[in-house]
Write a protein that binds this ligand. Sequence first.
Ligand code: ZN
Length: 240
Amino acid sequence: MKRINANVTMLELDMEFMGKDRVIHPLLLAEKGYTMLIDAGLPGQYEQLSQELHAAGISPEMLDAVLLTHQDLDHIGCLPELDTVNRYATFYAHEGDAPYIRGERPLLKENVVPWQSELTQLPSGRIDRYLTHGQQFNIAGGIEVIHTPGHTAGHVCLLLPQERAVIAGDIVFYIDDELVLPPVELTEDVPAAMQSLEQLLHYDFDTLICYHGGVCYDAKARLRRLLAQSSVERRLEKGS
Ligand SMILES: [Zn+2]
């Protein structure tokens, strides 16, 4: 784990992605003893997640809240264990993704993630409250929910004004020191995802904390360049 500041800790879990060993980053937010976990790793990673939380000074049983940025397998993997060991915490997700996370509907990308079909049981768990756009939490100096549909309908990012940072979820990846768009085949609605990225530029931030890849500085300028470049590419594709 890496501490970003006194109230924000980036956890580190292993994940193979596109043939390479990578790291994914759930986050632990804290304020005056209140703690919130953002995203929950891959199925089978509960031990590793628990160790990372302990290294950050907390046990899974003590979390006050668990917030899921969206329904994908690598974000809700340890939800069943968290749900079981901690009946006290409040579990949050956007209404657009909650039915999938609860197991009421099959996860959207069931046939896309290569090994998802090999799991005998997909992770699911309770969602106690829905996240809404603009909602604020008194944690880590105050955070704000930004609804960013596209990757999935209920995807959210989180603004950390005190840190001038955005917790990106999977709206964008930071791979080998480059901001990149998530693969199209993992994006439910590409035009909506692009619109959400444009919308993000209206917020005040310099840093993106990416689940896939970690902390990206000078992120707004880099995001602007990425969007300009991808809109040129899309125009060229349309013209060809
Ligand atoms: Zn992901």
